[in-house]
Design a protein around this ligand. Sequence first.
Ligand SMILES: NC(=O)c1ccc[n+]([C@@H]2O[C@H](COP(=O)([O-])OP(=O)(O)OC[C@H]3O[C@@H](n4cnc5c(N)ncnc54)[C@H](O)[C@@H]3O)[C@@H](O)[C@H]2O)c1
Length: 351
Amino acid sequence: MTKVGIIGCGSISRFHHEGYAQAGATVAHVCDLRREAAEAVGARYGATVSTDYRAVLDDQAVELVSICAIANVHKEIALAAIAAGKGVVCEKTLTDNPADSAEIARAAEKAGAFVATAYMKRYFPALQQAKTLLADMGQVISLYARTWQPWDLWNGPVDEGMRAHPSSVKRMYGGGVLVCGGSHILDLIHWYTGRPTKVVGDVHIRAEMDIDNQANAMLWLGSGGIGHFEACWHPLRFGGFERNGWDERLEINTEQGRLDIYTVMWDHPDRNGALLVHQDAFTGRTTEYRYPQVNPFHIEMAEMLRRFEAGEAPQPSAWDGYVVDQLIATITASSAQGTILPMAYADHVAV
Ligand SMILES: NC(=O)c1ccc[n+]([C@@H]2O[C@H](COP(=O)([O-])OP(=O)(O)OC[C@H]3O[C@@H](n4cnc5c(N)ncnc54)[C@H](O)[C@@H]3O)[C@@H](O)[C@H]2O)c1
């Protein structure tokens, strides 16, 4: 039974410790700068409680740590965890810039360490099924991907915390909708269709804000074909598959058919299952893959544990996390420069 440590006991951490506990791991040590946050989690599991992450890394009983602290401390903690011989599951985004993310991925490679980036949307059963189907659907022609989230930062009032520079969101996550919601979709794009080779982006920031509320990009897909991407915090409260404003969708067209993928509101996967629709270009048959409401975080944590215990490579890996951070940086640079930019990847792995 693997013993895990949780570093950062804020809002996302519950998905990690609950997922590990359900999968049979022992939550042995929990840590947060805010003692009361760590104590609340520690009390649920009878875990050791600390306020300094180094205490978790010094704990010989702990084998695997989840980093659920804010993005700008991921690098320091991940590198220290690798040096301490721990396995790592790091919340997305891996860091807030591609150079730091590449450094983590290289350190993991050198140490032979298990270092995963926690992009949980890959673990919706509908999205796993899409990956399986896509392998036999031939050449990709085009992909349309959208994450529209019902937080009206398009025209709605901007509160004090968001007007400050840095805003609360910038401090916690390192960026706006491109980093928060967009990163998940960029992870799915490169997982399904390989690493993009070129991008052109347009990132929109409202005058009084320091983070983007809309980001668009065209991506030359690694598998061939063109991808169209949009992330937006928007005022359309009743749109989307769930009719609650959560409007996140991928359409992948290949020479043999089409996949339509609809995900559900990220922190309420208990309301609806994600949906996959497959159209077969030859038979005309359309198949809907419907699944029960499942929590992809819990599936992800169980799979992380299984892979860690079996000595298998993590999925998504640190390099996968790096690719997303490189895409975010290049889309942002393309927008600033007003030009198409080639994607240059630090690990030179062929696409
Ligand atoms: N997968 C997703 O869909 C998703 C959604 C939201 C957030 N996230 C990611 O999860 C991470 C945490 O986000 P959150 O929403 O839980 O933030 P949060 O502010 O609710 O929690 C972060 C916690 O980390 C603690 N912390 C900060 N620095 C620390 C340090 N050096 N050592 C120990 N604890 C420290 C803070 O005190 C806080 O309690 C971020 O990387 C964020 O991008 C992912």
